[in-house]
Design a protein around this ligand. Structure first.
Ligand SMILES: Nc1ncnc2c1ncn2[C@@H]1O[C@H](COP(=O)(O)OP(=O)(O)OP(=O)(O)O)[C@@H](O)[C@H]1O
Ligand code: SF4
Ligand SMILES: [Mg+2]
Length: 345
C-alpha cells in the first residue's frame, strides 16, 4: 500500500480527527532492560502527546522500541528485566507509572485497549470464541470491582460487539473455535474484545502485518471507522509508512528508542527533515512511478547495550559531523506542529 492510498489526504483525516483535550502525555520516558550482559537503554527520553480522538502513528525499523513503548502504556513490559529509569506517562491526568497494580488492571481494556499483531497468540485454540469473550467481559467487571453481568448478558454483549466490527452471524461465530475463522476475522474478534470496555485510547501494534493486503485494507478501514464513530484516540504502530498514512493524521518516527521526527502525516510525507525519516520514505516503493527504485538505509540499528554516543543515528548518517558524535540532538520545533531531533535538519 502506498502512502495516502485511501484516496483522502492526511490533512482531511486531520480535520475528521480534530484534537480535543490532552489524553496522553509521555514526558522524557526512559526504560531499560537489565541482563547479565548489561543494561539496554531501549527507550531513551521519549516525549509524545495525544489528544482525545486524535490519531498518531509510530513508525520505525524493527527493534526501534515501538512495541516496548506500546506495552509501556499498559505497563506490560515484564519487570524485571524492564526498569523505568525516568519520566512520566500521564493518561487522563494521572501518571500511570504511579498506579498500583490493581488500579492498572482497572485501566487496561477499559480506558486503554490494545490490539496486537498476531491474533492467534491471544486466542485460546481449545475454546470457542463465545466463552473466551464472555470470560474477558466478566473479568473486566471483576477487575473494576463491579457487579459481573450474567453469562447470558455477557454473551449478548459479545454478539453485539462482533456485529459492531462487521462480523456477520455473530451467534454462529460465538460457537466457533479460532481455527475456524480467517486471519481477518480473528483480528476483528480481537478488536471487538478491545472495544468491550469503551476505551478512550486504542493502541494497535502492527494489527494488520499478519494479514494479506486486501484484508489489511479492510481491517484498517474498520479501525478508522471505529475511531471516527466512537471518538477513540488511536496510537497505531507499524513499520509500514503506507499503513500509517492511510490511518493517522500525525506520525512520529522512532529510531533506536528515540523520537526523531514528529509532524502531520501529510507534512512528513511531503518533506521529512530528519535523515532517518528521509531514508524511511526513500525505501517506500512508489507505485505511481515504475522507474522509482526504492533505496534502503545502509547499516542497521545499534546494539542498545552499547548505543553510540551523541546522535544514535550518526553511524548510519551521511550528514554526521563531529557534533553529532558527541552531542545528543533534542527534539525541537522546526515549524508549528513539526519537531525534529537533528543538529543539521
Ligand atoms: N522482555 C525483553 N527483555 C529484554 N529486551 C527486550 C524485551 N522486550 C524487548 N526488548 C528489546 O527492546 C528493543 C525494542 O524491541 P521492540 O519489540 O519494541 O521493537 P519494535 O520496534 O517493536 O520492532 P518490530 O518492528 O520488530 O516489532 C529490542 O532491542 C528488543 O530486543
Ligand atoms: S544529528 Fe547528525 S547524525 Fe544525527 S541525524 Fe542529524 S545530521 Fe545525522
Ligand atoms: Mg514490535
Amino acid at each position: 500500500m502506498s502512502p495516502g492510498s485511501d484516496g483522502r489526504s492526511a490533512d482531511t483525516r486531520g480535520e475528521l480527527n480534530r484534537p480535543r483535550e490532552t489524553l496522553l502525555a509521555i514526558t522524557d520516558y526512559r526504560l531499560a532492560f537489565d541482563s547479565f550482559d548489561g543494561t539496554a537503554q531501549v527507550l531513551d527520553g521519549v516525549s509524545l502527546q495525544l489528544a482525545a480522538g486524535e490519531t498518531l502513528g509510530i513508525v520505525g525499523e524493527t527493534g526501534c522500541g515501538k512495541s516496548v513503548l506500546a506495552r509501556s502504556l499498559l505497563r506490560l513490559n515484564p519487570a524485571p528485566p524492564a526498569r523505568v529509569v525516568s519520566g512520566s506517562i500521564q493518561f487522563e491526568g494521572t501518571d500511570i507509572l504511579t498506579l498500583s497494580e490493581r488500579e492498572m488492571r482497572r485501566l487496561r481494556g477499559r480506558r486503554i485497549a490494545m490490539v496486537f499483531q498476531d491474533p492467534v497468540s491471544y486466542l485460546n485454540p481449545l475454546l470457542a470464541i463465545g466463552p473466551q469473550m464472555t470470560d474477558a467481559l466478566r473479568g473486566q467487571h471483576a477487575a473494576a470491582r463491579e457487579a459481573q453481568p450474567s453469562r447470558a448478558e455477557a454473551r449478548a454483549r459479545a454478539a453485539a460487539l462482533l456485529a459492531s466490527v462487521g462480523l456477520a452471524e455473530p451467534e454462529r461465530l460465538l460457537a466457533s473455535h479460532p481455527h475456524q475463522l480467517s486471519g481477518g476475522m480473528r483480528q476483528r474478534v480481537l478488536i471487538a474484545m478491545a472495544l468491550a470496555g469503551n476505551p478512550a485510547l486504542l493502541v494497535a501494534d502492527e494489527p494488520t502485518t499478519a494479514l494479506d493486503v486486501t484484508v489489511q485494507a479492510q481491517v484498517l478501514a474498520l479501525i478508522a471507522g471505529l475511531v471516527r464513530d466512537r471518538g477513540l484516540a488511536l496510537l497505531l504502530i507499524s513499520h509500514d509508512l503506507g499503513v500509517i498514512a492511510a490511518s493517522c493524521a500525525r506520525v512520529a518516527v522512532m529510531y533506536a528508542g528515540t523520537i526523531v521526527e514528529e509532524a502531520a502525516t501529510a507534512t512528513l510525507l511531503r518533506g521529512p527533515r530528519h535523515p532517518y525519516a528521509q531514508g524511511l520514505l526513500a525505501a517506500v516503493p512508489d507505485l505511481d512511478r515504475p522507474d522509482h527504485r526504492p533505496r534502503g538505509i545502509a547499516g542497521s540499528i545499534p546494539n542498545l547495550l552499547r548505543p553510540p554516543p551523541g546522535c544514535r543515528f550518526h553511524p548510519r548518517c551521511a550528514l554526521a559531523t563531529e557534533r553529532c558524535r558527541v552531542e545528543k540532538p533534542l527534539l525541537r520545533q522546526v515549524a508549528p506542529g513539526h519537531n525534529v531531533a537533528c543538529h543539521h535538519a
